[in-house]
Design a protein around this ligand. Structure first.
Ligand code: SAM
Length: 282
């Protein structure tokens, strides 16, 4: 890292930034790792990168030194703001630290135009909720999401039919974005180390014409189908079908899905068709 800022361990000691479990605080202090994550953003020169949970600023500094045009860092724990202000002073005009809850922040209102991305070592307790928030955003304002999750969640995000991790989350992602698993980060890379390994995934939005627009219906049918994943779809889909004029059997056969199949064998396109049929039958 080419910045003249003090080492992160000094920053943490100076500002008394001991990790607080309630906020899912596990710091990345390895500069090779933070640079590797930042580089997954690609060319950031013209971009604003939203970073959720900058904490003491390891990834923030990597994003800036790897060339992000601007970083908007959204941090819920105000203890970090003075350390972030120090980084902002070292990169004049490029870092804007916002004390806020990322779940309720309206990112496009903060930066209405231009190329926008998200890069984050996500707090594990709100990671999935944040991903869903960004997937649901309409119009889609982000060109790329570079996100660290618990490894098991990352596997669910990229899972394909037939794999153990395949389910609702992978289907909701596939409806809106292309996702790839970038790399695994062992628990020991964090301070303090969490109980499980993590992994970084990279998401890019599907072209507008390929994006599925009724995520609410897709959530309902996948919740029903995977709520009882060992049952056949004929039975597990009964709850969602109960909200329509059609039976589960009718909804499924109308989409060319075998009612005797199990949810984990049906691909995302099948569930999108089912969501459309469910909506039409209401
Ligand atoms: N980016 C730092 C790093 O990689 O070392 C810290 C990552 S730590 C896993 C998660 C960070 O998210 C913490 O700084 C925590 O305070 C912050 N955080 C937790 N919940 C948040 C929320 N709802 N909105 C914004 N920040 C949040």
């Amino acid at each position: 890292m080419s910045d003249a800022l003090p080492p992160l361990r000094e920053v943490i000691a100076e500002h008394a930034l001991g990790a607080d479990k309630r906020f899912g605080q596990n710091y990345l202090l390895d500069l090779n790792l933070t640079a590797k994550i930042a580089r997954l953003c690609g060319d950031m020169a013209e971009a604003t990168v939203f970073e959720v949970g900058p904490g003491p600023g390891g990834l923030t500094r990597a994003l800036l030194s790897e060339g992000a045009g601007a970083v908007v860092a959204i941090e819920k724990d105000r203890r970090f703001i003075p350390a972030l202000d120090q980084i902002a002073a070292a990169y004049p005009g490029r870092l804007h630290a916002v004390e806020a809850d990322a779940l309720t922040v309206d990112e496009p209102a903060l930066r209405p135009d231009g190329l926008r991305m998200v890069a984050s070592n996500l707090p594990y307790n709100v990671g999935t909720a944040l991903l869903i928030k960004w997937l649901e955003a309409e119009p889609v304002w982000w060109s790329r999401l570079v996100l660290m999750f618990q490894k098991e969640v990352a596997e669910r995000i990229v899972a394909r039919p037939g794999q153990d991790a395949y389910g609702r989350l992978g289907i909701l992602v596939a409806a809106r974005a292309k996702a790839r698993y970038a790399f695994t980060v062992p628990a020991r890379a964090f301070t303090p180390p969490p109980k499980v390994d993590s992994a970084v995934v990279v998401l890019e939005p599907l072209p507008e014409t390929e994006r599925f627009d009724d995520l609410s219906a897709l959530k309902t049918v996948t919740e029903s189908a995977f709520g009882q994943r060992r049952k056949t779809l004929r039975r597990s889909m009964a709850a969602a079908a109960g909200q329509t004029k059609a039976s589960a059997e009718e909804l499924l056969t109308g989409c060319g899905i075998d009612p005797g199949a199990r949810a984990e064998t049906v691909g995302p396109a099948g569930f999108m068709a089912l969501a459309r049929a469910w909506r039409a039958a209401r």
